[in-house]
Design a protein around this ligand. Structure first.
Ligand code: GLP
Length: 240
């Protein structure tokens, strides 16, 4: 696992460099996109590079997770977040971004279909990740099986409180369930690029880099990945 400690703008440029190199080498790249605030500077940088000619026209993208039961037009539905933050700002083709369907009638089926859709592309080439304060990646909360695949999960109180800021501060408005890629799904991506900034992430980053591999700190599974980059600022690195 490589760990880079640098200011947030530099981290975003480094992540964008990896994505640009992939797209240049292989236009049909399969990207893994994350929501949350951590990747936003990367998306800004990619939008800027798109204006300078970087094309996503032949790329495909898969989302990490989705809330269950949010109305189709809800601004915090992750599909809408990804559309707003990145897909609409570059030339990803219509339908090129897929996510688990949190409004499907048969959620188990939706999860299995999603795994099959990812596998059919040959897998994700580069997966962008954030990390929760409790060490979750995607919505794999503490206690998640290290061998898990896309499935329905219950969100912890901590994560719902952390995410309440996106719902006008009202924790009761944050959905209780989600569909999320599992840890084994994420581990099957060829390159993992995790971004974390700010002191609130310091303990999670410490566990991720220096802790024992444990389902209680789900991100620690990344220690087993042959190509994982952990991009952190000084504050997030303060416990290393
Ligand atoms: C949510 C998302 C995760 C994200 C995490 C951290 O729970 N499902 O994918 O990594 O939040 O969010 P942030 O980057 O806003 O701190």
């Amino acid at each position: 696992m490589e760990v880079v400690i640098a200011p947030a703008d530099e981290l975003a440029r480094l992540a964008a460099d990896s994505i640009e190199a992939l797209l240049t080498r292989r236009p049909r790249t399969v990207l893994g996109l994350a929501t949350g605030s951590s990747p936003l500077k990367v998306y800004d940088e990619l939008a800027r590079r798109h204006k300078d000619g970087l094309s996503f026209a032949h790329a495909r993208a898969f989302m990490l997770d989705e809330y269950v039961g949010l109305p189709a037009e809800h601004p915090e539905r992750y599909r809408n977040v990804i559309e707003r933050e990145i897909a609409s700002r570059v030339d990803l083709a219509p339908g090129a971004v897929q996510g688990p369907d949190g409004n499907a009638e048969d959620l188990d089926r939706a999860c299995a279909d999603y795994e099959a859709a990812i596998a059919a592309t040959g897998g994700v080439d580069l997966q962008i990740l954030g990390i929760g304060t409790d060490g979750h990646i995607a919505f794999n909360e503490p206690g998640s099986s290290l061998a898990s695949r896309t499935r329905i999960k219950t969100l912890t109180r901590q994560t719902r409180e952390d995410n309440a800021r996106f719902f006008g501060g009202a924790v009761d408005d944050v959905p209780r369930h989600c569909l999320t890629q599992g840890l084994a799904t994420i581990m099957s991506a060829k390159h993992l690029v995790l971004l974390a900034t700010g002191r609130a992430k310091a303990e999670a980053v410490h566990q991720l880099v220096e802790g024992p591999i444990s389902a209680m700190w789900p991100a620690t599974i990344m220690q087993m990945h042959p190509h994982a980059s952990v991009l952190v600022d000084d504050a997030a690195a303060s416990r290393l």
